[in-house]
Design a protein around this ligand. Structure first.
Ligand code: FES
Length: 103
């Protein structure tokens, strides 16, 4: 199966397909056109814009609001959302986004 590529104006597609790691028959969601993701210093990801979270069973949850804080430390009791546990565990990370980009 060919990996689908979202196109211009293709902002809310959810479908089954092959992900970029070659895993077949997984849920793929495209809602990035209006979304920004910002890792915060020693904390969570700040996601701005309308987003849909897909559960492991494929259920889609459309989130209300324009700002969402997603756990990056792995210690939240409310994953995928941040519950500020990163402060309790002393999570430290100051990522440079450019380090992970290959383009
Ligand atoms: S980043 Fe806040 S609880 Fe994990």
């Amino acid at each position: 199966m060919q990996h689908p590529t979202p196109g211009v104006g293709d902002t809310s597609k959810i479908e089954r397909g092959v992900d970029r790691f070659g895993r077949a028959d997984v849920w793929l969601a495209y809602a990035m056109a209006e979304v920004t993701i910002q890792p915060t210093k020693n904390g969570s990801y700040l996601v701005k814009g309308p987003i849909t979270i897909i559960g492991v069973d494929g259920t889609a949850y459309e989130l209300e609001g324009d700002e969402h804080w997603l756990c990056r430390c792995g210690h939240s009791q409310t994953k995928p959302f941040c519950d500020t546990s990163h402060k309790r565990v002393g999570f430290q990370s100051e990522p440079r986004v450019s380090d992970g980009l290959t383009c």
